[in-house]
Design a protein around this ligand. Structure first.
Ligand code: GAL
Length: 817
């Protein structure tokens, strides 16, 4: 039967290619032993250029092919090689593959010697000048290089199920069906044989590939299967649970190919059954309208670019789902790792995936390569129910009728069940796709202070879309409109968060907009033409290590599963020009926020529904740090307290000597009619607002939901610095491939608040069976840093020691399996 062997170890790498490398035997004197996933260069955190990975390089490996496999089909699977691969077997070129973002297979039978050691050489071109997508012009992301996704050897029966496409049809109607399309590869002897097909399906435990029970929910037999087959199984009365981000129910569908009662081949896939469609009024999942709230994701990581194995890919999906609380992701701007796709399907994230490319369309050869990549993407991923849209236009390219007729036709032919989209920045451009997917960067923050700005977060669908009868989706927003570093000033970071909230509000308010994907999940390294000069696009709501910026809380606070409360300010007057804190924002999924100052209740704040009409959980504006306390403590009447408070707040905003006339008149009135003195003003200001040189003031914010506190944040001048270290696992498992743990390091105060201006160096030391990816000293940036540790394949334990100057080291032990 089928088997798959991981081939990620025992590779040798040379940063150049010479014809001599094709020579038989492994003369490895000048080669370096490497493990796959591998990047042709280890890059710096920032300030590096594409020349570092622009190479023609060589990978080499010995491969023993068993004698017993002679009667089978033997093939290599490369999940991703950036960007052109030539695979040589025993010195002979057997495959050229164009494109770094899709998997490809290399049949070996005619090229290997069975029962002997064979030699595999892969020549890899990672120059950006190659004439294939996404290259040809500038690109806003690094494209890296190498055999950066896993490699395996597959041994299959000569006659086997080559390609199967399984989906649900009419799932909401009265005759729902499971459709199974098969394509066979038949050995010469079996060219005319007709086979039997046995289909069985099992429900899976949520979040895993384990079966709920061994009882089948579907069990059917079909006869007379030839080269191609299409079968339908009625699902009525089977109590099928449809896949949904809130309940990503999956089924394992197993196909048994038989001939005269004998098992010939077995194939299985875990699939989600769902009905997803974009209509003119929005996106409907299983018949119910669902607003898509997502982020764009690149597949890059610090230091190693694209080369990360399974766990970090899953980690990103978990962050999107659990920390950022989104229901959708766009894999900008290319198909991503199968691990990431599998994670989205398992955890419950809707996916918009697209063919590789960025603004540029090349010549005919380039377009042919694009069509091939599109085909590979769809064939590779069409069994994933989580995918709701194929992107069939080059991101932000011009119209090209002939080309885009072909991409649409290809996508619809390979997958008639899914709609097409194509991301553009041009309004009213030619629409051959089912959904108009538009990058809406119209919101530029002008038009008054946030959040009271009159400017809409997005443009109206009618202003942009070509065919108003079709679906409409905002595929990007913000990004370059307001790059934000985690170490920017608090005012800048607050505006970044509010801009995301503002555009999301626009998307929620517009009934005919299916949803939107913010630009973007995390910062990424880029070319000189973009980014901040440091070759980083600081466009993320998280940093390169996936540490959250303030804007992350805007997304996180829209979900209902876990309580969120982030306060935009650390309440340090010295962080603000003129010492004026002004309005503070709470990003929370509570209904209200209670403010306490030194344990005294000040006021309850609620969302302003005149401003935020659509967003499930808008930022709550906290614009009064005095509340009723002054009136009560000073024994003022309500009216007098309100008038004095207004004056004090104006004083804080404008400065006492620059008070607008209207406040000057109010002050005069208080003085003349009520005997108020300038010295009273100074005293009240310093007591209730300034806290200048005052004893420590402690602000406590409590998020309230249904009358109960659900989350608390305490802000006071930090007394202590601590390291908070978050890791995605304490156990690294080598299962055919090395494993990587992602470590996030955050400097926090005694209340757990991130110390945004801590930039101290942190020393990292890995020992035992783990090694660091990246340098052994990193700087905190905006109080946050990170690292990755990789299993080395030896030992049972590993230890990572993290030391920030002045603090006790933090030790993390890892079990190695
Ligand atoms: C878009 C582009 C993205 C990214 C973004 C930055 O135009 O599609 O790749 O560059 O701008 O805001």
């Amino acid at each position: 039967m089928r088997s798959t062997l991981a081939l990620n170890d025992h590779w040798y790498y040379h940063p150049e290619f010479h014809e001599g490398h094709l020579g038989l035997g492994l003369d490895l004197k000048y080669f370096e032993a490497v493990r796959i996933p591998h990047s042709v260069s280890n890059t710096a955190f920032a300030y590096f250029s594409e020349t570092e990975y622009s190479k023609l390089s060589t990978y080499k490996r010995a491969l023993f092919i068993e004698k017993a496999w002679e009667s089978e089909q033997v093939r290599l699977c490369f999940e991703g090689v950036a960007h052109i691969a030539w695979v040589y077997v025993n010195g002979v070129l057997v495959k050229e593959h164009l494109g770094g973002y899709t998997a490809f297979w290399v049949d070996l039978n005619d090229h290997v010697r069975f029962g002997e050691e064979n030699q595999i050489v892969v020549k890899v071109d990672s120059h950006e000048q190659v004439n294939i997508p996404p290259f040809g012009h500038v690109i806003d992301y690094m494209t890296y290089g190498g055999i950066y996704r896993e490699v395996s050897l597959e041994i299959l029966p000569k006659t086997h199920l080559k390609d199967c496409f399984i989906f649900g049809e009419n799932l909401l109607g009265d005759a729902p069906e499971l459709v199974i399309n098969t394509l066979l590869e038949r050995s010469n002897e079996e060219e005319n044989t007709l086979f039997d097909l046995e289909v069985s399906a099992y429900a899976l435990v949520l979040g895993s590939r384990e079966r709920e029970s061994e009882t089948t929910i579907v069990s059917e037999q079909f006869q007379g299967l030839g080269q191609e087959g299409s079968f339908r199984i009625p699902l009525k009365n089977l109590k099928i649970k449809l896949w949904h981000p809130d309940q990503p129910q999956r089924y394992e569908v197993c196909l048994k190919l038989k001939s005269k009662g004998q098992l010939v081949d077995e194939w299985s896939a875990c699939i989600g059954l769902r009905d997803g469609v974009f209509k003119k009024e929005g996106f409907y999942l299983n018949g119910k309208k669902l607003k898509l709230r997502g982020l764009n994701r690149h597949q890059s990581y610090a230091y190693v670019g694209y080369a990360m194995p399974k766990r970090p890919q899953w980690h990103d999906a978990k962050i999107l789902k659990d920390e950022l609380g989104v229901n959708a992701v766009r894999t900008s701007h290319y198909p991503q790792s199968k691990h990431f796709m599998e994670a989205c399907e398992t955890l419950g994230l809707l996916v918009f995936t697209e063919l590789p490319g960025w603004q540029h369309i090349g010549d005919d050869a380039w377009k042919d390569a694009a069509l091939l990549m599109l085909e590979e993407m769809i064939l590779q991923y069409r069994n994933y129910g989580s995918i709701i849209l194929w992107g069939v236009r080059i991101n932000e390219s011009q119209d090209d009728e002939a080309f885009y007729r072909k991409t649409n036709e290809l996508a619809r032919r390979l997958d008639p069940t899914r709609q097409t989209g194509g991301v553009r920045f041009i309004k009213k451009s030619q629409q051959l796709e089912d959904v108009y997917t538009f990058n809406d960067f119209s919101y530029n923050g002008k038009g008054g202070a946030l959040p009271r700005t009159k400017q809409k977060g997005i443009e109206g669908k009618h202003q942009v879309a070509t065919d108003l009868e079709k679906g409409y989706l905002v595929s990007e927003f913000n990004g370059h409109m307001f790059p934000t570093k985690s170490y920017d000033s608090v005012l800048h970071r607050t505006e970044h968060a509010l801009r995301h909230a503002h555009v999301l509000e626009g998307i929620y308010e517009a009934n005919d907009v299916a949803g939107g994907f913010g630009w973007c999940m995390f910062d990424y390294n880029t070319h000189k033409d973009f980014g901040s000069g440091d070759r980083i696009c600081h466009h993320g709501v998280m940093d390169l290590f996936r540490n959250p910026k303030m804007a992350a809380s805007v997304y996180a606070s829209q979900q209902e599963d876990s309580a969120v409360l982030t306060i935009s300010s650390d309440m340090n007057i010295g962080d603000y020009p003129g010492g004026y804190i002004g309005s503070v924002y709470a990003f929370t999924n509570g209904d209200a926020v209670d403010l306490y100052k030194n344990d005294q209740f000040i006021k309850r704040f609620e969302p302003d529904r005149d401003i935020y009409k659509g967003l499930p959980h808008p930022p709550i504006v906290i614009d009064d740090l005095i509340g009723d306390t002054m009136g009560l403590q000073e024994g003022y009447s309500k009216s007098k307290a309100d008038r004095v408070k207004a004056l004090l707040l104006a004083g804080a905003e404008f400065g006492a000597d620059r008070l607008p006339l209207k406040y000057k008149l109010k002050a005069l009135r208080l003085m003349v009619l009520e005997g108020f003195k300038l010295s009273d003003g100074v005293r009240l200001y310093s007591t209730y607002i300034g806290n200048w040189g005052d004893a420590v003031t402690t602000y406590r914010f409590e998020a309230i939901k249904a009358g109960q506190p659900i989350a608390k944040v305490v802000k006071s001048p930090p007394q202590r610095v601590e390291l908070r270290v978050l890791r995605d696992t304490d156990t690294l498992i080598e299962d055919g491939c090395y494993d990587v743990a992602s470590i996030r390091i955050q400097s926090v105060d005694e209340h757990g608040n991130i110390l945004s201006y801590d930039q101290e160096p942190v020393k990292l030391k890995a020992s035992g069976g783990i090694e660091l990816i990246g340098p052994d000293v990193v700087s905190l940036r905006g109080g946050m840093a990170g690292t990755y540790v990789r299993s080395t394949g030896s030992g049972e334990v590993g230890l990572l020691t993290i030391t920030r100057m002045g603090l006790e080291p933090v030790e993390l032990a890892f079990n190695l399996k």
